[in-house]
Design a protein around this ligand. Structure first.
Ligand SMILES: *Cc1c(COP(=O)(O)O)cnc(C)c1O
Length: 392
């Protein structure tokens, strides 16, 4: 079985595809027809690799955490995506897609954002490459995430509030899709995770796959073999996890662990653990697992971390779950907070709350002393200081 790539219609097993209104067919078909030729071209790869190296600061270190290793009696390595420019993995995708948009001749970029991290990454890439940038963001999120709204504005983006529904991420996606329908020829829509209609899940996974590409050669340098025993990442939509797992999913020797946001707990009614609570459905253009009522109404998710507060999961991961290729853990808000403070105090690294969900797996599973366990530290914690400070 090939877990890495979807079939030609964008399916990973039974998940994926492109479920969009007829008016979006031309946009989506244009992308489907061209994305692989463009991003695999030598010209594109040269430009993209140069930006990753000199602008983002890649390769990010693969750091052996002596202190976590001692505490949990195993060999823990942290993939330091927190050290990327703008503070998380999201810039890998934003730069790749802005570059793609330029090759497609687009003049205008639109994006949706929840916490503002993807909006900031997109606004950054647009400032660099001189493209107009419009970010849709729920009115409620604009109020909750003022520093990121400020960053986007300073970077020259226009932030448009989504005022329908619950005024959060899923409403911002709907507004962005409406904009794309109205401006098909001039505009590229940059989706921020491995979600959305085909080809977005594959496109975003390929841009993020640099994470596992680096882990392989870095491990080879450090321990003399390319494959770890485990890779672990948190999953919101699933882009940092897809990047971390990408070059390992078809290596049976590597075990894969995904950490979902359990919120207050699986039975609390306030959770975002989609594989545990979701059922087959269509959300934002693809068929996957979705948290929904019996009649298909999306259930409002909850997580303490805005980046994991999403009622769906990318089709790549839904397939890993269904096929039992990956083990899924549901990490509560409290467990994530505990892990965030632990890393800060024993390693001097303040992680993003999202990344802390991946770290929390160390406390829930027994690894062997000699196991090599690579954890993706998807982002840094600056943006979460307000939450952390409440606990001090
Ligand atoms: C947005 C974000 C996530 C969640 O998004 P994925 O697409 O699941 O990776 C995780 N960590 C950080 C730091 C983020 O900003």
């Amino acid at each position: 079985m090939n877990y890495q790539n979807p079939d030609k219609n964008g399916y990973y097993g039974e998940f994926g595809g492109a479920f969009v209104p007829e008016m979006l067919y031309p946009n989506v078909e244009e992308l489907q027809g061209q994305y692989l030729d463009i991003i695999n071209s030598e010209e594109f790869q040269t430009e993209f690799r140069d930006l990753l190296k000199n602008y983002v600061g890649r390769a990010t270190p693969l750091y052996f955490s002596k202190n976590l290793s001692e505490k949990y009696q195993t060999q823990v390595y942290l993939k330091r995506e927190d050290l990327n420019h703008t503070g998380a993995h999201k810039i890998n995708n934003a730069l790749g897609q802005v570059l793609l948009a330029k090759k497609l001749g687009k003049k205008r970029i639109i994006a949706e954002t929840g916490a503002g991290q993807h909006g900031v990454a997109t606004a950054t890439a647009c400032a660099l490459m001189n493209l107009e940038c419009i970010v849709y963001m729920g009115e409620v999120d604009i109020a909750r995430q003022a520093p990121n709204v400020g960053r986007m504005k300073m970077l020259g983006a226009t932030v448009i509030p989504a005022t329908s529904g619950s005024k959060t991420l899923k409403d911002a996606v709907n507004e962005a899709l409406r904009d794309w329908i109205n401006n098909p020829s001039t505009t590229h829509y940059i989706i921020g995770s491995v979600v959305g209609p085909h080809p977005f899940p594959d496109l975003v996974a390929r841009f993020q796959s640099v994470i596992s590409e680096e882990i392989k050669w870095q491990l080879k340098e450090i321990i003399g073999r390319e494959n770890p025993d485990y890779v672990i990442a948190c999953v919101g939509g699933g882009s940092n996890a897809a990047g971390t797992f990408y070059h390992f999913v078809d290596e049976p020797a590597v075990k894969i662990i995904a950490a979902e946001a359990g919120g207050f707990g699986l039975d609390s009614g306030k959770s975002a653990a989609t594989t545990f609570l979701g059922t087959l459905g269509v959300l934002h253009g693809s068929k996957s697992l979705v948290m929904q009522t019996e009649d298909g109404q999306v259930i409002e998710p909850h997580s303490i971390s805005a980046g994991l507060d999403y009622p769906g999961i990318g089709p790549f991961h839904a397939n890993l779950f269904k096929e039992k290729r990956a083990e899924f853990f549901s990490i509560t808000d409290e467990e994530a907070l505990k892990s965030a403070f632990e890393l800060t105090q024993i390693e001097g690294i303040i992680p993003a709350l999202e990344s802390a969900h991946a770290l929390a797996v160390l406390g829930k599973k027994n690894f062997k002393k000699e196991d090599v366990v690579v954890i993706c530290l998807s982002g840094r914690g600056d943006k979460d200081m307000e939450t952390y400070l409440k606990l001090l």
